[in-house]
Structures are given as structure tokens and as C-alpha cells.
Design a protein around this ligand. Structure first.
Ligand SMILES: Cc1cc2nc3c(=O)[nH]c(=O)nc-3n(C[C@H](O)[C@H](O)[C@H](O)COP(=O)(O)OP(=O)(O)OC[C@H]3O[C@@H](n4cnc5c(N)ncnc54)[C@H](O)[C@@H]3O)c2cc1C
Length: 434
């Protein structure tokens, strides 16, 4: 077997325009500027080729790449050709429509919104996959939210969710129609189902993606999610298997406006499994009895308290403001870890992702792990004594001050005047103007 020549990243300094784009993009911190020109740190460079892709001046190249390509053995060339032939059989973007008793989870429509953009970039159809019993009405609904085609499997065996028949139904259709991308909501049900499908199909699955894009050169799905405790954003590719599967939490993507003039082609498929073949039986269904759990995910207004509250009793003031604004109480992880409030209230990477119309952060510094869970809120108000707190970088309104002085004033304004609409109206106006 021919030994492959060693690859080395090189920079043609005469082409470097000093734009520093490569510095920000290098995931391994292997580039720095010296005298207005990029310099490579070979100790850190992992040959990921990111700088080659992003450099607008084409200043980076891999030395030895042509020789390496020539050194590929016929067997390697055949293997690559086989792989490409296999992958090219897969086409289309699919979204799993999650439903309970015929009511769709909104994350399904949010995923169709993102799926529409991915399908348009790829130039392929967007399809929804609806499984359940008496769920025909969801086919039309999926069309209103952007699907071109809806595959429906309507069967009494699917009346309540169980992993096996749902996964079997999905796998059967994926094997038959071969979509290149499959998106599932990162809900309790979706996490269970997506893992089972990916295992069955022996394909990759990226959980809790915060970004989904297409690499236009390779058609690969770029699945971005926080990694290493949220300190970096990792972009994951499923290079040799299809479909490329990803889960996305509720409120991370945005649904398209519901449009009843849109119609989708509906294709009915049989499940092909009888109740006898399902090992798990549902004896009784009991809804979650904890009525005090906050519904952060779809709340319109959230008032969040952080470590700046100084103690559990600070949440009484937060609750008072939340009530006055008609919202619910959120918390940073620092406040939860201190035992001041339950984890059900935590916003962020290891809590809930939210996208309310109004988010009021009180005594929250704005660490990246907190921001990834709330930064797409429509209007963000931050109250903090530190003028350099990172939360101010993403706030529409920043109030530098002691929350114990500012919040009572907010409560008074919320009760006397409509503070919520005032903030929302002006927040939208200032964004429109900027
Ligand atoms: C793997 C991992 C996952 C994580 N997941 C999450 C997550 O899901 N959610 C999350 O929130 N964090 C998460 N974190 C923790 C995160 O890194 C931060 O530590 C946390 O968000 C800090 O919370 P905080 O802003 O309340 O506290 P701090 O960072 O301590 O900030 C307190 C703020 O209060 C201000 N302040 C103090 N007194 C007052 C006052 N009287 N009035 C006004 N302002 C005042 C201070 O200036 C300061 O900015 C995670 C961390 C890791 C490593």
C-alpha cells in the first residue's frame, strides 16, 4: 500500500489581507495576527481546513494535498465512489410531527420552519411525518406550516406513544423513501424516538442543535450545538450515513406563519404491525400532577432572577413583578444551584430554552450558558449593578442599578400603566429603527 504524503497547512502571506476572519473562525485557536498577517501555530493546528474555507483571499492551502490525492489506492477511490453512490440515493428533508391525542407539539411547526430553509437551499422537497391515531387533520396543518408532502400513518396501535411501534413506523418509511435529513423535536418523546430510529438505521444523531445549515459545497447538514460545557460551539457532520439526524429543543427555531392557502400532497402508509407485536402495554395514563410547574417554554413574559438576588427571598420580588406583567418566574443556574428555587425554573443550556415576547433578567450576569437559552427573546430587559455585565450586550433595555430599587419601581409602573406593552412597543420600534 502506498504511504500517503504528510499534509501541512500553509499560508501565502502575500495574499493575506489582514481581515482576521480566520482568527475568529479557527476552532483550535491555532491562528494569530502578527504585523497585520495571519500566523499558524502548528502545535495547535488540526488541519480542519476551516481557514481555507473562510479566507476571502484564498491565502491558505494544504501542502501535499495533490500528492495525497494521487496516492489514493484504487481501492480507496472505489470506496469513495461507493459511498457517494450510496449517499446520493437519499433526498429530501423530513420533520417528525410530534402529537399527543391529536394535538401537535409546536416544536413540530418550528422544525418545519427551519426545514423549509434547508430544503430550499438543497433544492429538494420538505416532508412531514405524522404518526398516531385519528390524526388526519394534522396533515393539512403540516402543509400550512410549510411541508410539501405529508406521510401519514394512522393506526390504533399508535394511539399512545410507545417507542417500538413509533420507531418501527418511522424506520420503515425512512428505508422506503430515503430522506437525507430527519429532524425531531428535543422533547421527552422526541429524544426517546430519535435515539431509537438512529440506532436502528445505524446513522448519526446530533442532540439539542442550536443551529442547522447546509454546506453548499458538499450538501452536508452542519449541525451546531454547544460542547465542552458550552464553552465552544461544535459543528457536527454525518459524513458516511444517512439520514443525517438532529434534534432541536422547542423555541430554538422559528415557525413560518400559518398559511391556510398552502396545501401539501398527503401520502398514506400502513404501519404493518399488530398490537400483538408490541411488547409494552399502557395500563393507565396519568398526566403530570405538578400543577405548579412553570410553563417557561411557551411563556409570553419571563422575569428571571439570578445570583444578584442574594438569597431565596429575592424570588418573592421576582414573582411579584412576574405577576404584575402576567408572566412566569425564571432563574439562572447559579440561583438554582444555591437552592433558592427549583430546576423547573432554570433558563439556559441545562435548563429550558425560551423565546418569550418579554424577558426581564434581574441580577443575571449573562453567561453564555444562560444566553443560549434566552437570547432569541423578542425584547430583553436587564437590571444589573455592573455596567460591564455581558447581559447588556444582548439587552434591548439595560438598567444599571440595584435590583432591589429598580424592581419595586417596575412593579408600580406595571400596575399603574401597561409597562409590558410599553416595553414591547418601544423595543420593536427601536429594533426596526436600528
Ligand atoms: C455545562 C454548564 C451548563 C450551564 N448551564 C446553565 C444554564 O442552563 N443556565 C444558566 O443560567 N447557567 C448555566 N451555567 C452556569 C453559567 O456559566 C453561570 O455560572 C450562571 O449563569 C451565572 O448565574 P448568574 O448570572 O445568576 O450569577 P453571576 O454570574 O454570579 O451573576 C450575578 C450578577 O448579579 C449582579 N448583581 C449582584 N447584585 C446585584 C443587585 N443588587 N442588583 C442588580 N444586579 C446585581 C452582578 O453584577 C452579576 O452580574 C452552566 C454552566 C456550565 C459549565
Amino acid at each position: 500500500m502506498t504511504k500517503k504524503p504528510k499534509l501541512t497547512l500553509k499560508l501565502d502571506a502575500s495574499k493575506c489581507i489582514g481581515c482576521e476572519i480566520c482568527i475568529g473562525e479557527c476552532p483550535f485557536d491555532a491562528l494569530r495576527m502578527e504585523g497585520g498577517v495571519a500566523v499558524i501555530d502548528y502545535e495547535k493546528c488540526k488541519l480542519c481546513r476551516k481557514c481555507i474555507k473562510v479566507c476571502p483571499a484564498g491565502a491558505f492551502y494544504l501542502e501535499g494535498e495533490e500528492a495525497a490525492a494521487e496516492a489514493e489506492t484504487p481501492a480507496e477511490v472505489d470506496k469513495q465512489a461507493d459511498l457517494q453512490a450510496r449517499l446520493s440515493q437519499y433526498r429530501g428533508v423530513w420533520v417528525f410531527v410530534e402529537q399527543t391525542e391529536g394535538r401537535a407539539h409546536p416544536v413540530s411547526w418550528e422544525l418545519l420552519g427551519r426545514g423549509r430553509a434547508l430544503a430550499d437551499t438543497l433544492g429538494c422537497p420538505l416532508s412531514a411525518l405524522v404518526l398516531g391515531y385519528n390524526i388526519e387533520h394534522l396533515a393539512a396543518e403540516a402543509g400550512y406550516y410549510g411541508a410539501d408532502t405529508v406521510y401519514v400513518v394512522d393506526d390504533p396501535v399508535l394511539s399512545v406513544y410507545r417507542t417500538q411501534p413509533y420507531a418501527d413506523g418511522c424506520v420503515k418509511l425512512i428505508r422506503k423513501y430515503k430522506p437525507e435529513i430527519m429532524l425531531v423535536g428535543a422533547t421527552t418523546l422526541g429524544r426517546d424516538l430519535a435515539g431509537a430510529i438512529a440506532t436502528d438505521l445505524r446513522t448519526g444523531l446530533t442532540a439539542d442543535c442550536t443551529g442547522l445549515d447546509i454546506d453548499e459545497l458538499t450538501r452536508e447538514l452542519r449541525q451546531t450545538r454547544p460542547a465542552f460545557g458550552g464553552n465552544i460551539m461544535a459543528t457536527i457532520l454525518t459524513r458516511e450515513h444517512r439520514p443525517q439526524m438532529a434534534t432541536v429543543r422547542p423555541r430554538v427555531m422559528e415557525a413560518l406563519p400559518r398559511d391556510e392557502s398552502r396545501t401539501a400532497e398527503v401520502i398514506h402508509e400502513a404501519l404493518g404491525i399488530g398490537e400483538d407485536a408490541v411488547k409494552v402495554k399502557v395500563v393507565q395514563f396519568r398526566p403530570d400532577a405538578d400543577l405548579d410547574k412553570p410553563n417557561l417554554t411557551y411563556a409570553d413574559v419571563i422575569v428571571t432572577g439570578g445570583r444578584g438576588l442574594g438569597g431565596a427571598s429575592g424570588f418573592e420580588l421576582i414573582k411579584e413583578l412576574a405577576d404584575a406583567l402576567g408572566g412566569v418566574v425564571g432563574a439562572s443556574r447559579a440561583a438554582v444551584d444555591a437552592g433558592w428555587i427549583s430546576h423547573d425554573h432554570q433558563v439556559g443550556q441545562t435548563g429550558t430554552t425560551v423565546r418569550p415576547r418579554l424577558y426581564v433578567a434581574c441580577g443575571v450576569s449573562g453567561a453564555i450558558q444562560h444566553r443560549v437559552g434566552m437570547q432569541t427573546s423578542d425584547t430583553i430587559v436587564a437590571i444589573n449593578i455592573d455596567p460591564d455585565a455581558p447581559i447588556f450586550q444582548i439587552a434591548d433595555y439595560g438598567i444599571v442599578g440595584d435590583l432591589y430599587q429598580v424592581i419595586p419601581e417596575f412593579i408600580r409602573l406595571a400596575r399603574e400603566r401597561n409597562l409590558k406593552e410599553l416595553l414591547l412597543g418601544q423595543g420593536q420600534a427601536s429594533r426596526a429603527a436600528s
